[in-house]
Design a protein around this ligand. Structure first.
Ligand SMILES: C[S@@+](CC[C@H](N)C(=O)[O-])C[C@H]1O[C@@H](n2cnc3c(N)ncnc32)[C@H](O)[C@@H]1O
Length: 272
């Protein structure tokens, strides 16, 4: 860890966007195969039914298996490249009748449908840079929930708790990843900057050609800032938009939360 990085008083956190345009195929190379939480979403679909709305669906990592299982899904995201990767996978799998990708911002979306199940999974809400944005997204969810519908919010408070220490920069060891769209194996190195005072986690992704790792013309760099969620903050905002927490699970098997839980999955309904 370079000492200078940690003494840098630059207040960069506010300037970074909450997502990086053009990152789609690289994101897919990093996380496209992760399926750890998918059985949980299938279980929710079984309990609550469809149509299902997924916020910040990315490339369809969750929406596609839900549609494959027969559920009608609206998968929403504001990044056209992420949506187009998802759309081409859905076409290939002949799912376009059940799975609709929709380009919208989760702070402002308005659809002509209500849902028995809305999913804000896999830390999706950490891409909202301000508390007021989080409130807007929750309020939009409320408007799109059926009267007895459930909204599930999955996030990892541990990320924030570990961020409660000092400002620091953590570098991952370089590893190779395969970008299917480019048909190339790339050298990947991720850097995470934890900035507790601004409640930000900055992600820096660098991809290089393994045969020419220092050739800048063949290097792709993506930066964005996320905002880890405080459980207490989320609870206040949920209440303030007229929603109510029904239960909190602590793992992908939807078992109740314990002190040791590394993830929290809130089930939220409209207040009666
Ligand atoms: C880390 S990806 C997660 C994708 C997907 N939920 C998954 O689990 O694979 C975050 C996604 O959030 C989307 N996103 C960020 N801010 C958004 C916003 N305000 N409205 C809609 N989508 C947003 C990005 O475009 C990106 O696809």
């Amino acid at each position: 860890m370079a000492e200078d990085d940690n003494q840098d008083s630059q207040e960069v956190a506010h300037d970074l966007p909450s997502w990086a345009p053009g990152f789609a195929s690289y994101y897919e190379a990093l996380t496209g195969d992760f399926r750890g939480d998918v059985p949980m979403y299938l279980e929710m679909a079984k309990r609550y039914g469809s149509p299902i709305l997924e916020l910040a669906c990315g490339t369809g990592r969750v929406a596609i298996p839900l549609a494959e299982a027969g559920y009608e899904v609206v998968a929403m995201d504001f990044d056209k490249d992420m949506l187009s990767v998802g759309q081409s996978k859905a076409k290939m799998l002949d799912l376009t009748r059940r799975l609709q990708f929709s380009k919208a911002d989760m702070k402002t979306f308005s659809l002509r449908k209500k849902f028995p199940l809305i999913i804000a999974g896999a830390n999706s809400l950490i891409h909202l840079p301000k508390s007021s944005d989080l409130k807007k997204a929750l309020s939009r969810c409320k408007s799109h929930l059926e009267p007895d519908g459930s909204l599930f919010i999955a996030f990892e408070p541990t990320q924030y708790i570990s961020a409660a220490g000092k400002y620091r920069v953590e570098r991952e060891r370089p590893r190779q990843v395969f970008n299917r769209e480019l048909g190339e194996t790339l050298l990947y190195r991720g850097t995470t900057t934890i900035d507790p005072n601004f409640q930000r986690i900055l992600r820096h992704h660098e991809f290089a050609n393994p045969r020419a790792p220092h050739d800048a013309s063949r290097t792709a760099v993506f930066d964005y800032a996320t905002r880890p969620i405080f459980p207490g903050e989320l609870e206040v905002l949920i209440d303030s938009v007229g929603l109510k927490i029904m239960d909190i699970a602590g793992d992908y098997e939807l078992r109740p939360m314990t002190r040791q839980s590394e993830k929290l999955i809130y089930r939220v309904m409209r207040k009666k």
